[in-house]
Design a protein around this ligand. Sequence first.
Ligand SMILES: NC(=O)C1=CN([C@@H]2O[C@H](COP(=O)(O)OP(=O)(O)OC[C@H]3O[C@@H](n4cnc5c(N)ncnc54)[C@H](O)[C@@H]3O)[C@@H](O)[C@H]2O)C=CC1
Ligand SMILES: O=C(O)[C@@H]1CCC=N1
Length: 265
Amino acid sequence: MAEIGFIGMGNMGYALLKGVLKEFPAEKLIFTAKTSETKLRVHAETQVVYAESNAECANNCKYVVLAVKPQYYPTVLKQIRYAVTPDHVIISLAPGITIASLKETLGSDRRIVRAMPNTPALIGEGMTGLSYDAEEFSQDEIDMVHRIFGAVGKYADVEERLMSAVVCASGSSPAYVYQFIEALADGAVQFGLPRAQAYAFAAQAVAGAAKMVLETGEHPAALKDKVCSPGGTTIAGVAALESAGFRGAILKACEACYEKSEGIK
Ligand SMILES: NC(=O)C1=CN([C@@H]2O[C@H](COP(=O)(O)OP(=O)(O)OC[C@H]3O[C@@H](n4cnc5c(N)ncnc54)[C@H](O)[C@@H]3O)[C@@H](O)[C@H]2O)C=CC1
Ligand SMILES: O=C(O)[C@@H]1CCC=N1
């Protein structure tokens, strides 16, 4: 019997499976995917066994990670309904779908953890928000959930009402950061920097700036001020971004993301 099972091998399920393999041996893991091609490919790559069905996957592990899109939840929940017991720890990655609604479908004694990870989990640099009713779980189970997400990056517990805000800050935001890196690189290519170097310079600048925020604990605005020489190049760029509504655009993106997440049923 495995310990952790993954239902769904798309972008997030695969990133988590690959990520946790750095902390857990393949024998402790099991997964399912929709197609045989995916099952065979992921098995060949990871040596992790796959289950023939979602119910079989749930039957063969204690921690069941639901890594399918919200629109497939009704089907998958129906498939696993009688396979998951009150002993299982069900980890749901979907935005918007509440613990209460999952209990309504699966049974009120089923125990659910909501998790909002992100794809940098693939390389151990993920960030996951976790939400659960601590009274329903033993300390060992909570430690295990933390170990799973700790294996793929950082994590923090948050109140369930804040999960859609976590989607804005870290679940969806890697996409915005990639857009930013792509645009920065385009900007540099415009002035002659070779394309490959432009991505490397832009991505390292983003990674370095992010680490400065995390490691110095300084306010982002103070760090920004230190890059801006009076009358220099950076403040000219900052002024251009302000007049283009850069920060306002990001706030709008978060608003759209939040509303979308809250609207998922
Ligand atoms: N991609 C991301 O950055 C993040 C995704 N999530 C959440 O993780 C979940 C999965 O998202 P993604 O991996 O991005 O989606 P995806 O579309 O890449 O993968 C979902 C996978 O589920 C499979 N699937 C569909 N129906 C199935 C079934 N009945 N049985 C087994 N597998 C089935 C699909 O074939 C697909 O491979 C979603 O709830 C999403 O909101 C959460 C945080 C970040
Ligand atoms: O786009 C989505 O719906 C998922 C949730 C967070 C990141 N990707």
